[in-house]
Design a protein around this ligand. Structure first.
Ligand code: PMP
Length: 295
């Protein structure tokens, strides 16, 4: 099957999709990105992703490459051309092509690239059974709320996890508190069933899955507390889990060498996972119905 990408206004074969050598995304990681899940052909929580994209772009003073409706149309078209009904779309916007100088170029136009990939990681058996995470010092910069393409520390963290046979690395700040994973948010469950995750700030990326899950949990009567926790507290907790666009809600059953509870996914995590899967399916059906009504 041929794959397609979108590069600066054109749909091009994935194999020959190219950007310029002086693209600032490549030279300075001077850009931002979003990864949006595709379920039943629909983009999951597109509005929340576009709002975060706008926050990232304005933090870096990069102009939006296009308005929201045409942007969404491009993402849907890339998913369609790649026959991705379950998977993800990737969007990168960076400051554009200009002679290499650190300061912002005066007249560069933002570059925009979109790709899509099939996959249903949320249902893979290994993730459903629960994963192990390692802990690692958080060596990143102080604006982790910006979804920057500058991911070197995250790459090193994930590689450390991979080398240790773990699924994810939980990064730990100078005060000994977990910030987040290399590509996911970190959670634990207190003895009374209250769910804990770090509050939004410059210290973490406010995950869209995190935001949605807090809402779903509260609607279901589950208490959510936004506070930082240590890896030791999470290891002694009733349950632990992580969330992300690419893997939804994943039980964490081991942190470094410490087994969490009985080493199996807990009831609260299972409930949250079911709530999230149900939400995603319902949203996909609503989007489909709305599209059919318009057609
Ligand atoms: N933290 C980091 C550092 C991430 O890279 C991601 C994945 N983009 C997340 C958290 C989870 O965010 P989301 O739920 O929006 O995928």
């Amino acid at each position: 099957m041929s794959r397609w990408a979108y590069v600066n206004g054109r749909y091009v074969p994935h194999a020959t999709a190219r950007t310029h050598v002086e693209d600032r995304g490549m030279q300075f990681s001077d850009g931002v990105y979003e990864v949006i899940a595709v379920v039943g052909g629909a983009l999951v929580d597109a509005t929340l992703h576009f709002e975060r994209l706008d926050r990232s772009l304005s933090a870096l003073e990069i102009a939006a490459p296009m308005r929201r409706a045409p942007l969404e149309a491009v993402l849907r078209e890339v998913a369609r051309r790649n026959r991705v009904s379950e998977g993800i779309v990737y969007l990168q916007v960076n400051r554009g092509v200009a002679p290499r100088n650190h300061a912002f170029p005066r007249d560069a136009r933002p570059s925009m690239v979109v790709t899509a990939r099939r996959g249903q990681p949320a249902s893979s058996p290994a993730l459903v059974e629960g994963v192990r995470v390692i802990t690692i010092p958080d060596i990143r910069w102080r604006r982790r709320d910006i979804k920057s393409v500058s991911l070197l520390a995250n790459v090193l963290a994930k590689q450390a996890a991979a080398q240790d046979g773990a699924f994810e690395a939980w990064q730990v700040d100078e005060d000994g508190m977990v910030t987040e994973g290399s590509q996911s948010n970190a959670w634990m469950v207190e003895a009374d069933g209250a769910v804990v995750t770090r509050p939004p700030s410059h210290d973490i990326l406010t995950g869209i899955t995190r935001t949605r899950l807090i809402d779903l949990a509260r609607q279901d009567g589950i208490t959510v507390i936004e506070r930082a926790f240590t890896p030791q507290e999470a290891a002694r907790a009733r349950e632990a889990f992580l969330t992300s666009t690419s893997s939804f809600v994943v039980p964490v059953v081991q942190i470094d060498d410490a087994v969490v509870a009985n080493g199996r996914p807990g009831a609260v995590t299972e409930r949250l996972r079911a709530l999230y899967l149900d939400f995603v399916a319902r949203q996909a059906i609503t989007i489909l119905h709305t599209a059919l009504a318009k057609a």
